[in-house]
Design a binder for this molecule. Structure first.
Ligand code: MG
Length: 355
């Protein structure tokens, strides 16, 4: 099974409600879809989310990186030599992690199809069901409380509460949500780099004093402020999760050595795909650090690849794969099923889409 061609297209999905974080507001997903064709008639599918404020990539840069750099480096290679394909791709261009992620997952889709096995089984097969959280966008307190109650009514037990746009009001937001949903819902708080280190310690301390029982606080300070992350981690009791601060295995090692976080959020769009993500999850596991799997604003295509990866790994203990739940419709059929908070892996080979 040799790589014959790579085609780049667009995948669009309107969102049910606008997605708002401290970094951006989005109404509509418009991502890059890629198709890898093999000489024996198989097709592998991938997706890249142009998240300029996080990875620095745009639709144009992703498309250009794939067609002008990655494609010429790997066309003609055999799917069985997956480590060699990944090495060539890595050397073809630095950074551009979402472009690489799209190609990586399409290669893994084909790799598992070649062995006629569901991808998650080939990668480790640890579990076949995942429980995802759902995002509550940052808004006024009343709206966030309403959205949280609606999510709980729809059966979600874990909420990812976005804050960081208005540090002064964030304490009130989280306390109001906890009071509204009661003690049995798990709350994760994501500041998306929106606080200074001192604000973070003060806000998290206040949430601890108010017994809000937050499971974790994600990326409280700026991604490049590793010293700030360390300051927050060592001056609070709540677990601190690094997201935008960790893209590569090397950054994961650095963060762990500096004790700058308690947990690491892995997203395929940051790592450049499953091949690099496996390294991070194993580095973390060896250091006693648990990982979350997350996604950007992605449709079922790439979130399904992330679900296969998450299902394969023991050390991915937190799931934030709500992309398909935020979309009005799915661009593909088949693959894992996303039913409320439960993601169930399917038994079709590869990622499992019907093409
Ligand atoms: Mg995050």
């Amino acid at each position: 099974m040799k790589i014959a061609d790579i085609q780049v297209g667009v995948v669009e999905a309107p969102l049910i409600t606008p997605f708002k974080t401290a970094l951006r507001t989005v109404d509509n997903i418009r991502n890059i879809a890629i198709y890898i064709y093999t000489d024996d008639g198989h097709i592998g599918v991938g997706e890249a989310a142009p998240t300029a404020v996080i990875t620095g990539e745009t639709s144009a840069s992703i498309s250009h990186a794939i067609t002008e750099f990655i494609k010429p480096a790997i066309v003609g290679m055999d799917i069985e030599e997956i480590a060699a394909i990944m090495e060539r791709m890595e050397k073809s261009i630095v950074k551009n992690t979402s472009a690489k992620a799209a190609v990586d997952m399409a290669i893994y889709d084909l790799y598992a199809k070649h062995y006629k096995t569901p991808l998650y089984k080939l990668l480790g097969g640890y579990r076949k069901e995942l429980i995802t959280d759902i995002t509550i966008s940052v808004n006024d307190v009343d709206e966030m409380v309403k959205d949280s109650l609606s999510a709980v009514e729809r059966g979600f037990n874990i909420l990812k509460v976005k804050v960081g746009k208005d540090p002064i009001g964030d304490i009130e937001r989280v306390i109001a949500i906890r009071e509204a949903v009661g003690p049995n819902t798990t709350l994760r708080v994501d500041a998306n780099q929106g606080w200074t280190p001192k604000q973070a310690v003060r806000i998290i301390g206040a949430l601890e004093d108010a017994n809000t029982n937050i499971e974790l606080v994600e990326q409280p300070v700026h991604s490049s402020d590793i010293e700030g992350m360390r300051y927050v981690t060592s001056n609070t009791l709540t677990n601190i999760l690094a997201d935008e601060s960790v893209f590569s295995p090397k950054e994961a090692i650095m963060l762990i050595e500096k004790r700058a976080a308690d947990l690491i959020n892995i997203k395929l769009m940051k790592t450049g795909g499953i091949y690099q993500a496996q390294k991070i999850v194993h580095i973390a596991e060896a250091n006693g650090i648990e990982c979350m799997i997350g996604c950007m604003l992605e449709t079922k295509i790439s979130v399904s690849a992330a679900a296969h990866f998450a299902a394969s790994q023991k050390n991915i203990t937190m799931i934030d794969l709500d992309g398909p739940l935020l979309c009005m419709n799915d661009p593909v059929i088949g693959g894992p099923t996303f039913n409320g908070q439960i993601i169930t892996m399917s038994s079709e080979p590869g990622i499992g889409f019907s093409l």
